[in-house]
Design a protein around this ligand. Structure first.
Ligand code: ZN
Ligand code: FE
Length: 258
């Protein structure tokens, strides 16, 4: 048996605050891109490393995640949600939650991730322990509810929370410091959150991205993964409310937080 090596993961800052991700399998030479906010920085990274795209994975239909697909696709196969095929760039492969596909020689589970949009999907690479969650689960936050309900996004959070804690969470934006300020405002007694917020502040000071993050850290510090925690429920003044309602209240509070 050849030794299984984890995929190489490269985070590519795009536009104002977006992240795209490149994945590369050394043994086959296959390269995949997750989301396509902007062609130039992604192409520059490909050129620098001598990689060419074999696959483009799309999480959801928003322009800041798909607008560079046309410029970058070349001969790559483009994979996105069947449910959103009508509003995504032309797909070579339309996938549904629950399916497993193969990318860069690894199995990839298509996870349903509604809330931010109803057709949002996430890509889980169990072998390399990677989750591409884009604008659903984010570092210390979650995406706004543009289309889905709080109950749907809470379901998405619970689905992710059940993944192995060592999973690397690759989300779509550098929103982490704003998320940290909000998290501290409703969960000030959380020691793990205080420690993490300080580490993140220092990382930003050095100009480093705060994405990706570890799922175990998100579980300990991200209020959107902890809407069923009695401490947070009490902090929201909703000790006896259903978890999804508490989640909705946390999301609304974040929408109005300055
Ligand atoms: Zn979005
Ligand atoms: Fe986005």
């Amino acid at each position: 048996m050849p030794l299984e090596r984890p995929l190489t993961l490269v985070t590519v800052p795009c536009l104002q605050d977006n992240y795209a991700f490149l994945l590369h399998d050394e043994s086959s030479g296959e390269t995949a891109l997750v989301d396509a906010p902007e062609a130039a920085p992604i192409q520059a990274e490909l050129d620098r490393r001598g990689w060419s795209l074999g696959t483009i994975l799309i999480t959801h239909h928003h322009d800041d995640h798909v607008q560079a697909v046309a410029a970058l696709r070349g001969g790559a196969r483009v994979i996105g949600a069947a449910a959103d095929a009508h509003r995504l760039p032309p797909l070579d492969q339309a996938v549904r939650p629950g399916e497993t596909i193969t990318v860069c020689g690894e199995p990839v589970e298509i996870l349903d991730a509604p809330g931010h949009t109803v057709g949002h999907i996430a890509f889980h690479f169990p072998r390399s322990a990677l989750l591409f969650s884009a604008d659903s689960l984010m570092a210390l936050g979650c995406g706004r509810l543009f289309e889905g309900t709080a109950a749907q996004m809470w379901g998405t959070m619970q689905r992710f929370r059940a993944l192995p804690p060592n999973t690397t969470v690759c989300s779509g934006h550098e929103y982490t410091m704003g998320n940290a300020r909000f998290a501290l405002s409703i969960d000030p007694g959380n020691q793990a959150l205080q420690t993490r917020a300080e580490q993140l502040r220092q990382a930003r000071e050095r100009g480093e991205p705060t994405v990706p993050s570890k799922l175990s850290d998100e579980i300990a510090t991200n209020p959107f993964l902890r809407a069923d925690d009695p401490v947070l429920k009490s902090a929201m003044g909703m000790p006896d409310a259903p978890d999804a309602e508490v989640f909705g209240a946390i999301r609304s509070a974040k929408d109005n937080f300055r």
